[in-house]
Structure formats: C-alpha cells, structure tokens
Design a binder for this molecule. Structure first.
Ligand code: NAD
Ligand code: TYD
Length: 377
C-alpha cells in the first residue's frame, strides 16, 4: 500500500466546489482535523455560499480562489503554485430539476469542467518528480444516478452496474465519469471515482428535498411531494460521505471506483412524514402542527427515477468505512442545524431562490390525492 500522503511533507489539497453543500462540509472537517491546507476553487454560483465557510475565511490553511473549473490556465497555475498531493473534484451543477429546465449549464460544468480539471491535473502529474508523483491522486466525486433506476426487487447498484443515466444531470455526470475512466486507461492518470447516494445534512441548498421541506414547513408553506411519493432514495448523512472520501484519498486504489451509500432506503413520502413528526417534536409551539397537513402531491418530475440503492460493500471491505449516522440520528442533527441557523436560511432563500421556486413549482398542479395520514408511512 502507498505510504499515507496525508502524513507526508506536502499536506495541501486542491478542492473544487468547496463552497457548496458537500464540499464545504468536507473542507470544514478536513481543516478542523488538522489534515493540512486546502486550496478551494469555487465559482460561487447560486449553489456556492461563503456563509458555509464562515470560520475558515480568516484561516491561513484555507485559500479561497473565486474561479471557474473550465479555466484550465487558472487550474494549472494553482497546481503549480500550491503543489497539492490530491485534487478532490466536487464542483458541478447538481440539481436534477434544474437540469431538466436548463441542461446547457450541466454539460458545460460537469463535462467540459471535468475535462479541464483532468487535462490540467494530468499535465501537472507528469511534471512531478517521482517521489511526489507517487502520492498524487485525482478524486472525482460522482453520484449513484449514473446507474439509472432500479425495480423494487433488484439488488442495489454495485461498481460494475452498467451506466444508464436518465436525467440531463445524470447523463452529464456519467459522461464525466467516463472521461475520468478514459484518462486513467489512456494516460495513466492516478484517478479514483466515488459514486454516492443522496446526501443530507447542514448547508444543503433548499432546492433539494430535505432542506426544501424544512424551509417550507417552518414557514407553513405546502410540502410538494412529486407524483405518488413512492420513489426510493438511499439516504446518507453528509459527514459519512466526507469520511468515505477521506478513506478513499488515504488508501483507495487508483483506477478504481468506490460506491458510497447509507444502506438506508426510504420512500420520499416516508422521509417527509418522518421529517414532519420531528418538526412537531422540535418546534412544539408551531402553529402549523401537525406539519404533515402541509403535504401536497404535485405533478411528477419528468423521467423521475423510481429507485436508487447502493451496495457499499467494496468500500467497507477494502477501506473499513461504515456509515456512522443512522437516518434517525442524522435527520435530527440536520433539522436542529436548520433551526439553529435561521439567518443562513434567510440569506440563501432571498433573491434568485424565489425565482427558482416559482419556476419549478408555480405551474405544477396539485393532485386530487387525499390528505396524507401517518398510516401512509
Ligand atoms: P452543490 O450544488 O451544493 O455545490 C456545487 C458547488 O460547485 C458550488 O459551490 C458551486 O459554486 C460550485 N461550482 C459550480 N460550477 C462551478 C464551476 N464552473 N467552477 C467552480 N465551481 C463551480 O453540490 P453538492 O450537492 O455539494 O455536490 C457536490 C458533488 O457531489 C457534485 O459533483 C455532485 O454531483 C456530487 N454528489 C452529490 C450528491 C448529493 O446528494 N448532493 C450525492 C452524490 C454525489
Ligand atoms: P432531490 O433532493 O432533488 O435529489 P435527487 O433527485 O438527486 O434524488 O430529490 C430527492 C427525491 O425527492 C426525488 O425522488 C425527487 C423528490 N422531490 C420531491 O418529491 N419534491 C421536491 O420538491 C423535490 C425537490 C424532490
């Protein structure tokens, strides 16, 4: 096995998208645990938020660079200047509904951006002296959505499941995964891919299911469940995902893919009902209790994948990773975080967020389906 680069003399990494949801959790954890400096390259799109990085903005171990991953010259300069031993590539357009309404940005950032990162990183890798090249790795953070959708009785996705992406988002991520694979095979790029299931936790932008439902429920607004709410996702607490990435960086084999998931399959309706129960408990004075009265079934997402589930056995066997949070403990921490961070929530939901909400939900019909009851769980 490689000597751990984490304890080597060059403890700097380049992270892309480190002002977004998973990236900011990763960077905060990395620096808090003393693993070394982080150069954080982020374009600060609507999804990137300096408020996620508050405690790090004055920290000399965190070097924020406001820039585009598509700018290969900039990426090359950063690599040359900081000589990171690893690149952790989170930056992407990440929301399926937005990809349906405007796929162009997904092709540009997720495909062209990954191409740019690979080219700059390969050039850098080739220029390194052997003792530095030995440690260098490019970790591409991807999603389980590249595998498509599962029938109720099919086994979870494993690393050899053929790709069958169904949304523009999933197709763009699948394309980026293929680029990484090709750079490994053709150019000997020391890259690793992780494909993770749905994350939840602090700092998630409220366009995604859980934070959207929390924000709406606290304001007494409708909770829009797409279709029949019986779609299944495999939920993983974001810090467990960050720990998986750390484990892969430390000891993962280059050229390999590792699936990451929480072995926690739930229907969307169950997730929303569980959230409503928790809000009833944590906000006992709310005038919207019981919160489940706010649930509304609305028009489905076009091409909506029915079920995702991940087999994370390879990661567990090879690298000893295991999710530490249960859904119950992770959800409680998450809801409490949103309750404790109302200013963050108000900041991210002002301005352009309102435009997105009216574009995505404004013309969705509410179905005739009867009101939800706890027995629907
Ligand atoms: P996010 O949308 O919250 O954050 C994306 C970040 O990338 C933002 O900070 C944004 O400003 C930045 N960015 C976008 N375009 C950029 C560009 N051209 N140059 C530089 N920075 C740019 O996304 P997330 O949910 O944190 O996801 C991070 C990664 O993890 C993505 O690659 C996503 O596909 C993958 N992933 C996400 C999940 C999930 O549940 N959220 C699950 C599995 C995998
Ligand atoms: P999302 O958080 O967008 O993640 P993904 O599409 O990447 O899985 O959605 C999670 C699930 O929740 C998905 O099946 C779509 C559903 N959903 C709703 O029912 N209503 C909503 O308003 C949103 C945003 C998602």
């Amino acid at each position: 096995m490689l000597e751990s680069p984490i304890s080597s003399n060059s403890p700097c990494i380049l992270v892309t998208g480190g002002a977004g949801f998973i990236g900011s959790n990763f960077v905060l954890n990395w620096i808090a645990s003393g693993k070394g400096r982080v150069v954080n390259l982020d374009l600060l799109t609507y999804a990137g938020n300096l408020g996620n990085l508050g405690p790090l903005l004055e920290n000399p171990d965190h070097i924020l660079v406001h820039g585009d991953i598509c700018d290969r010259g900039l990426v090359g300069e950063l690599l040359l200047e900081h000589r990171p031993w690893a690149v952790v590539h989170f930056a992407a357009e990440s929301h399926v509904d937005r990809s349906i309404r405007g796929p162009e940005a997904f092709l540009k950032t997720n495909i062209e951006g990954t191409f740019s990162m690979l080219q700059a990183s390969l050039e850098h890798f080739r220029s390194l002296p052997p003792h530095e090249a030995r440690h260098f790795r490019f970790l591409h953070v991807s999603t389980d959505e590249v595998y498509g959708t599962l029938a109720p009785d099919e086994p979870p996705f494993h690393e050899k499941t053929p790709f069958a992406p169904n949304s523009p988002y999933a197709a763009s991520k699948a394309a980026s995964d293929h680029l990484v694979r090709a750079w490994v095979h053709t150019y000997g790029m020391p890259a690793i891919i992780t494909n993770c299931s749905n994350n939840y936790g602090p700092f998630q932008f409220p366009e995604k299911l859980l934070p959207l439902m929390i924000v709406n429920a606290l304001a007494g607004k409708p909770l829009p469940v797409y279709g029949d709410g019986q779609q299944v996702r495999d939920w993983l607490y974001v810090i467990d995902h960050c720990r998986a990435i750390e484990a892969v960086l430390k000891a993962g084999r280059t050229g390999e893919t590792y699936n990451v998931g929480g072995s926690n399959q739930q229907t969307n309706l169950t997730v929303v009902l569980t959230l409503c129960d928790l809000l009833d408990e944590l906000v006992p004075g709310s005038r919207y209790r019981p919160h489940q009265q706010l649930i509304r079934f609305v028009d489905d997402r076009p091409g909506h994948d029915r079920r995702y589930a991940i087999d994370a056995g390879k990661l567990e066997r090879e690298l000893g990773w295991k999710a530490e949070e249960t859904f119950s403990s992770g959800l409680r921490k998450t809801v409490q975080w949103y309750l404790d961070n109302q200013v963050w929530m108000e900041e991210v939901t002002s301005g352009s967020y309102q435009k997105w909400v009216s574009a995505n939900y404004g013309d969705r019909a509410i179905s005739e389906r009867s009101t939800v009851t706890a027995s629907a769980k």
